[in-house]
Design a binder for this molecule. Structure first.
Ligand code: G6P
Length: 367
């Protein structure tokens, strides 16, 4: 077992460190001569132009990548996207008009609700694209087309590298759709590909900053409540950052769309409560900074994750983690790294079973 962990204390840490390679393995076979080629898609350019709507269905962290996917597909390709939890989708008599592409995202390819959602969509005559990690799994076999994430086997219950690869698969698809539908130019695509290729080294750099995150995490081992706030893609990042922390540390945490805070959880902020603010989307900087000020006024301690150069955040937040500049649609891939590390070190510090948290399973094959 110690040998399987390759010198790392836990599978989760090992898998976090495998992210640069997993991300590269997921995008490189699909980049050819400055273009994106997804042979497995089984869709001609004509088919891609006919898509009227994308319906993303998944559970857990895969659902969170779907939330990011919505912002990316809508922003880049201008295709309307709905994201739903598989356990909701399958029982709500979903409206799946012609021209709707259903995308089911799953690491294991065996999640019962996601598989049932896939069958429901197929029964209604819709094309289903699976974004799946486990080769030959049920969802991979039953989907009309499969785009594999090449994360390799993931052991820790809390997903890290499979999640990161799902994001990459969604970026590739959105870029491809945007290009084919004439929403981005050749040179814009080229620029995006250049930024995409930088992600593995940037992730590596963020991982190497782990000691600083560990020190910070050690201050919050006794926290009762932790909050994550952000807008747009930063909200999607918050959802996953919050889940990573709570599922393995058993500290209650919540993710809130930053603008919605005053309609709810702001009443739970007390002196010293940790609020993690995601501030990676330039057009939303000012709005989120004003939410940081709101929680600070109520006594919160604010850790912000923002882009290098956005020093304005330092005036509002107490502790700032910088991520390298990237295309705005890719920010999730970088900002999630310090949050994964934070959840991991809080769990380790509290003496929890990091790789196998209580009551949770790696793959949920029952309803
Ligand atoms: C379980 C795991 C989560 C995962 C979810 C969906 O709850 O603990 O980490 O995100 O299932 O799993 P899937 O294999 O479909 O991605």
């Amino acid at each position: 077992n110690a040998a399987e962990k390759g010198g790392y204390e836990h599978f989760m840490l090992k898998e976090m460190y495998e992210q640069p390679k997993a991300i590269t393995d997921t995008f490189s076979p699909r980049l050819k001569n400055g273009d994106i080629v997804i042979d497995e898609l089984g869709m001609s350019d004509g088919d891609i132009r006919e898509i009227r709507k994308i319906m993303i269905v998944a559970c857990g962290s895969a659902y969170h990548t779907g939330v990011t996917g919505k912002y990316v597909f809508e922003g880049l390709a201008r295709i309307p996207v709905e994201v739903d939890l598989a356990s909701e989708f399958r029982y709500r008599d979903p409206i799946l008009d012609e021209g709707t592409l259903v995308v089911v995202i799953s690491q294991s390819g065996e999640t019962a609700d996601s598989l049932a959602a896939l069958r429901e969509a197929k029964a209604r005559g819709r094309r289903v694209l699976g974004i799946v990690n486990v080769v030959g799994s049920s969802i991979a076999r039953e989907a009309d087309n499969v785009m594999y994430t090449w994360a390799g086997p993931e052991i820790a219950v809390a997903t890290t590298k499979a999640y990161s690869c799902q994001l990459i698969a969604l970026y590739l698809l959105a870029m491809k759709f945007a290009k084919v539908r004439g929403m981005i130019s050749e040179s814009e695509l080229e620029e995006m590909i250049t930024e995409l290729k930088k992600i593995p080294a940037q992730v590596e750099m963020l991982l190497n900053n782990k000691d600083r995150i560990q020190k910070f995490a050690n201050r919050y081992l006794a926290a009762k409540n932790i909050f994550f706030i952000g807008r747009g893609i930063d909200y999607a990042i918050s959802l996953e950052g919050s889940l990573k922390l709570k599922e393995i540390s058993y500290i209650h945490s919540e993710a809130y769309a930053a603008g919605e805070l005053k309609h709810g959880t702001i009443s739970l902020i007390e002196d010293g409560t940790l609020v993690t603010a995601l501030v990676t989307q330039e057009e939303l900087y000012k709005k989120t900074i004003s939410n940081i000020v709101e929680v600070k006024t109520r006594g919160a301690f604010v850790m912000a994750v923002t882009n290098t150069g956005n020093t304005d955040v330092e005036k509002a937040a107490d502790y700032v983690v910088y991520i390298p500049k990237t295309n705005k649609y890719f920010a999730n891939s970088l900002a999630i790294i310090p949050l994964q590390l934070f959840g991991y070190y809080v769990s380790v510090g509290r003496g929890c079973d990091v790789d196998k948290p209580r009551n949770l399973a790696k793959s949920v094959t029952v309803e």
